[in-house]
Design a protein around this ligand. Sequence first.
Ligand code: NAD
Ligand code: UDP
Length: 324
Amino acid sequence: MTTALSPSWEHAVVTGGAGFVGSHLCAALLDAGAAVTCVDDFSTGRPENISPLLERPGFTLVQADVTEELPVKQRPDLVLHFASPASPADYLRLPLHTLETGSLGTRNALDLAHSADARFVLASTSEVYGDPLQHPQDERYWGNVNPVGPRSVYSEAKRFGEALTTAYAETHGTDTCVVRLFNTYGPGMRGEDGRVVPAFVRQALAGEPLTVTGDGRQTRSLCYVDDTVRGVLAAAAHDMRGPVNIGSPTEISMLDLARLIVELTGSSSEIRPVARPVDDPAVRCPDITLARDKLGWEPQVRAEEGLRRAIAWFREDAMAAMAD
Ligand code: NAD
Ligand code: UDP
C-alpha cells in the first residue's frame, strides 16, 4: 500500500525541524518541492540533523523558542508543529519547558497557521492514552493518564495541545489535524536521548549491558521513521481533522527487543534488569484502522529491517563522533 504526497505545498513551517522526526519531515517536504522553514531552539535537537539541509535550495533555519515567537517571514500554507521534548529523559529534565512548548508554543504555531490560512498539523502522541486500559488503542479511547505523575508534563501538555487545536478549528475555522504518533525510531536520534532503541543499540555496540526496565514484559509498537513521515504527510495532505493514530501495529516486549538488538548487532552484551520508571505504560499498540481506511497508510518497514538500518546509522554516527 502506498500513499501519495500532495505536491501542492509551496511553503511549510516545521517547528522542531532539527529534531529526530522533524528533520526527516523537512527533508521529505524539500524532496516534494516545498520551501521549508525549520523553527527550532535546539533544546533537544541535533544541529547535525539539519546540516545537510542547509545547503538545499528553499531551506531556511530560524533559531527561536516557539513559546516566545515564530519569526517566520514568508507566508506558509502548511504548519507542522513538532517542537517538544519527546524522550522521557528529556521531558523529565525539562518539565516546565515541555509544558510551555505544548501550550504557549502550540498557541503560537496555531496563530501562525490561522493568520496565514494554512493547514496545521499537531504532533500528538500515544502518551495521551497514558497507561491504557483499552488494548490496542483506537482514537475514541480517552486514556488513563495520571495528571500529577512525572510523565504528566508531557502527556497533559499534549492533551492540552489537542484541546487547543480543536478549539481553534471550532472557534476560528482553522484547518487543523491532530496526528497521534506512536514510538518511532531511526537515524537522527541522539544516542544519549534515553529512548529504548538508541539506548539498547548504543549499549550493544559498546559491549555494555542492555538496561531492560522491570521484567521487560512491557510492550511498545515501534515504527520506522520513514513510515511515520509518510503517515504524517498523508494526514497533512488529507482534509481530516483527526485525531489519527500513526504507528506500527506490531507489538514487541522490551525484553524481546533487547534480545533482537543483541542478535542484530552481533553483540556479546548481557541483559541487565534496572528499575522501571514511575507510571511506565504496560502496553502500547495502535489500532490503525482509521489511517488505513482514510489515508491508505500503513507501515511498510518491518521491525528487523528498520532496526538493521538504525543500527547501521548508529554505528556510523558513533564512528564519526570518535573521529571528531
Ligand atoms: P526530538 O526531541 O528529537 O525533537 C524535538 C525538537 O523540538 C528538537 O529539535 C527541539 O530542539 C525542538 N524544540 C523543543 N522545544 C522547543 C521550543 N520551545 N521551541 C523550538 N524548538 C523546540 O523529538 P522527536 O522524537 O523528533 O519528536 C518530535 C515530535 O513528535 C514531538 O512533538 C513529539 O512529542 C512527537 N512524537 C514523537 C514520537 C517518537 O517516537 N519520536 C512519538 C510520539 C510523538
Ligand atoms: N526502556 C528500557 N531500557 C532503557 C530505556 C527504556 O527498558 O534503557 C523501556 C522503558 O521503561 C519503556 C520502554 O522501554 O518501558 C520504552 O521507553 P521509551 O523511553 O523509549 O519510550 P516511552 O516510554 O515514551 O514509550
